[in-house]
Design a protein around this ligand. Sequence first.
Ligand code: SF4
Length: 372
Amino acid sequence: MQAILDLTIKDLEYYLKSKGFPNFTARQIFSWIYKKAIFDFERMSDLSKSLRNFLKQNFYILGLALIQKQISSDGTQKFFFSLSNQQVIESVFIPTPRRLTVCISTQVGCKFACRFCASGAQGWQRNLTSAEIIEQIIYPAPFFGTKFFENAERCGIYLKTASARVVNNLVFMGVGEPLDNYDHVLKAVRILNSPDSVNIGARKMTISTCGLIAGIQRLAGENLQVELSVSLHAGDNQTRTYLMPINKKFPLEKLLPACRNYYKKTKRQITFEYVLIQGINSDLRQARKLTKLLAGLDAKVNLIPVNPFRNEFSRPNKLEILLFRDILLKAGIPATIRRPRGVDIHAACGQLRLRSNEDYKRDFEGDLSAAI
Ligand code: SF4
């Protein structure tokens, strides 16, 4: 059995044609799954009986099981899914009055062990497939009202409701390093971007990286208008290596030229993420170093007061945060301060996958395959 969400429409057309089914049936199947949120081949009423039987014998649509959903006091929702091998992944839905951001995971765990991030603390277990990446936003569609995706409204199947939300911002910033799972992530981006599926604009998708240079170079050649977000977190190598061990392999003198080349090739502004940690990287000298690193680059900086994890780090006070931001602004670098969302359910930046798989088994009473 194969995951149908792993296929582009071209893949599916090719496959069905090779089995004697007409080309156009692939578009019908995509429409049922991605536009009508129907995840049961039997309910795809305009397909022939023989095609429905063929699909049931060869493909599955949903491979994840939803094991729990947590809702923060600020409206953020965290979904826990178990995979076929009973490992657990998390994704986060962040509604605001203007948009619905979905933060999805790309790996089970992470190899890169950034000090301020829970996701790397348990190590890396495996890459997610394109289907498992896509499914994180397809599966919860019914939880967010009926007008879930931009083009769902056009197809007329979804009704408008007061609580309806449209996913209009997708960030590959959950558990894992997206560029370390490059092929699956890029295939998921292309499928989600396709007008035949949910048609999320490439500019509404952000791929983050801790600074994997080969991945940045590859992405620059993709001719895709996705946003790139690079985790910087320090203005010098010593501090960055302390926070992010990957800096030993790709220090600032290699990373920044790779970012400049990316900009030269794509003409797309890069966002640099900077977690502010009291006594580590939040002093004004670090801010000035940062302005020097980014001089002449079309960049913006997202300042993220650190979110609690292991009680190792704390946030700088408000004044320190504002002074840090002002130094960037005075140097002509756009800088914003990210408002934390979902901290009470450990859904904020750096807090995902706080628990090990053993903890999850205890939390969910050993049954990681039971959907709620
Ligand atoms: S910040 Fe990103 S790269 Fe670093 S440990 Fe967390 S998930 Fe991995």
